[in-house]
Write a protein that binds this ligand. Structure first.
Ligand code: ADP
Ligand code: MG
Length: 519
């Protein structure tokens, strides 16, 4: 057996593909191949009775039995249970994510020996419940998660170190303003970052949790399905889950082919009828023009909101498998007037950056001076949902504005409504409009055990603190009483420590049997 290792790993826990990397003896990041010999592992699960299969084999099995397969768990992080029953049971998304982590860990352990410390990446626009969910997924998988880091920050570190605009400690020689455009399988993420020596500052970030390569695949399926029905009539193949899975698979192949070639054929069958449709790159680009436009719009708005012109941006980094589509590179060249940097593998940059960051964190933990400092911004407004006195309408009282540099603490003053009130409840929300529509419920803050006989209107100060990694804590005190009030944060979603432990035991079972009895 290899020696137990305290070498940390970096993990890109992706919507569609996940990657694990470590630092070699020379301190360079290296991807660790999975048991199948691949650098990237599909984030797909297949439940074969009691067995949980992860990765390529799960993708294959899903074609025949889509009802037993689970994918896109990352999109549901932060919800209390996955949108669909899994083997007839309710399962939290972080538990499903932990199976992916467990596979990456187990496969990497075949090469490296025991793996514990890890940095896991999250999209910059992940809010607090989703970050907490990611940390919990790591714990359930048996990892000791040093921290989460934003995917664009990780990518910038990897590119920077590789290309020498950062040294091996991650420090820049001059001020760099880096735009990271990340188009993956299920999400789009764009971040503007400033790297000045050791300091990393995210200046602004935006994205779309529901836009990625799979939307491009769906457009090809729509195109083929319409051609199929025109020729053969009858039922829509997209209505059949097994056919849809198969057709999407073929669409992804066609899409990849069109990144390399000008034209190819889509071959499909349904109910014993076959079709072969030619499709050109130009046609594909036309079918998906609006999707690409959405990313262009988000990118341009981000730059103008940050108050910069393109001339102030020093690097343009492309991350995510979908940036291999020539249309993406062309569009960015047109908008920015510069040639995007694709020197690093689009799939591996994020995991490599996470491994470098993990190494830096471990070194700091062992007494070396901290190297890089990573400053993020919060990607959503943080507010308290209240009722407007005059109108009685719900009202989102924003406490921390979007894109505020972290860490940040803001104190907001509230007051008791009634004489003799013994507790105060604040509903904390992220994002949303002025009346709290479309917001994410973070949790309820309950200040209990207030002294008896307080007059109505007694001030209550609530302090919201975002740490560097985007985690949120809430504290409250009664300023005039000179003492802290007891504060209970009830999360609207997420697992308790006890549940994390319980699920950890379930997931740790050697063959990974899924015994999903609820509490
Ligand atoms: P995520 O981070 O969301 O898990 P990745 O960055 O691994 O995703 O990107 C996966 C997406 O990239 C998939 O939709 C896949 O089809 C797409 N992709 C990978 N290679 C190519 C290619 N050569 N041409 C077009 N799309 C590609
Ligand atoms: Mg990704």
């Amino acid at each position: 057996m290899p020696k137990p290792s305290i070498k940390p790993v970096g993990i890109d826990l992706g919507t569609t593909f996940s990657v694990i990397a470590h630092l070699d003896a020379a301190g360079r990041p290296v991807t660790i191949m999975n048991a199948e010999g691949d650098a990237i592992t599909p984030s797909v699960l297949f439940f074969d009775g009691d067995l949980v299969i992860v990765g390529k084999e799960a993708v294959k099995a899903a074609i025949h039995e889509p009802q037993h397969s689970v994918a896109f768990m990352k999109r549901e992080m932060g919800s209390s249970v996955f949108s669909r029953l899994v083997n007839g049971k309710k399962v939290p998304p972080e538990v499903l994510q932990s199976y992916v982590l467990k596979k990456l860990k187990a496969d990497a352990e075949l090469k490296l020996g025991q793996i514990k410390p890890a940095v896991i990446t999250v999209p910059a626009f992940f809010d607090d419940p989703r970050r907490k969910g990611t940390l919990d997924a790591g714990k359930i998988a048996g990892l000791d998660v040093l921290n989460v880091i934003n995917e664009p920050t990780a990518a910038a570190i990897a590119f920077g170190v590789q290309e020498g605009f950062l040294n091996e400690k991650g420090e820049s020689k001059r001020t760099e303003r880096v735009l990271v455009y990340d188009l993956g399988g299920g999400t789009f993420d764009v971040t503007l970052m400033e790297i000045d020596g050791k300091s990393y500052r995210a200046l602004a970030t935006d994205g779309d949790v529901y836009l990625g390569g799979t939307d491009w695949d769906h457009r090809i399926v729509d195109f083929a399905a319409e051609a199929f029905m025109k020729k053969h009539g009858g039922k829509d193949p997209r209505k059949d889950p097994s056919a849809l899975t198969r057709w999407l698979h073929e669409a992804e192949d066609v899409k990849r082919a069109l990144s390399a070639r000008e034209a190819t054929n889509y071959t499909c069958d349904f109910n014993d009828k076959k079709l072969r449709v030619p499709i050109s790159r130009a046609q594909f680009e036309e079918l998906t023009a609006d999707l690409l436009e959405r990313t262009r719009f988000t990118t341009s708005s981000l730059i103008s909101e940050a108050g910069f012109g393109w001339d102030k941006i020093t690097r343009l980094l492309l991350v995510g498998g979908s940036t291999r589509m020539p249309m993406v590179q062309q569009m960015l060249k047109e908008v920015t007037g510069r040639t995007p940097d694709r020197s690093l593998s689009a799939d591996e940059a994020v995991a490599h950056g996470a491994a470098i960051y993990a190494g830096l964190l471990m070194a700091t933990g062992q007494g070396q001076a901290p190297t890089v400092t990573v400053r993020n911004v919060n990607s959503h407004t943080l507010g308290v949902l209240g009722i407007e006195k005059q109108t009685g309408r719900p009202c989102n009282q924003i406490v921390i504005q979007k894109n505020t540099p972290l860490p940040v603490t803001k104190v907001s003053r509230f007051q008791t409504a009634k004489t003799g009130q013994r507790s105060v409840v604040a509903n904390i929300i992220e994002g949303g409009d002025s009346s709290g529509g479309n917001a994410t419920q973070i949790g309820k803050c309950v200040i209990q055990d207030l002294p008896a006989n307080l007059p109505a209107g007694t001030p209550v100060d609530v302090a919201f603190s975002y740490s560097d990694d985007g985690r949120l804590t809430v504290k409250a005190k009664l300023p005039n009483q000179g003492k802290m009030a007891v504060l209970v944060v009830e999360r609207a979603s997420g697992l308790s420590e006890q549940q994390v432990k319980k699920w950890g035991d379930v997931v740790a079972k050697p063959s990974g049997p899924l015994e999903l009895n609820e509490d």
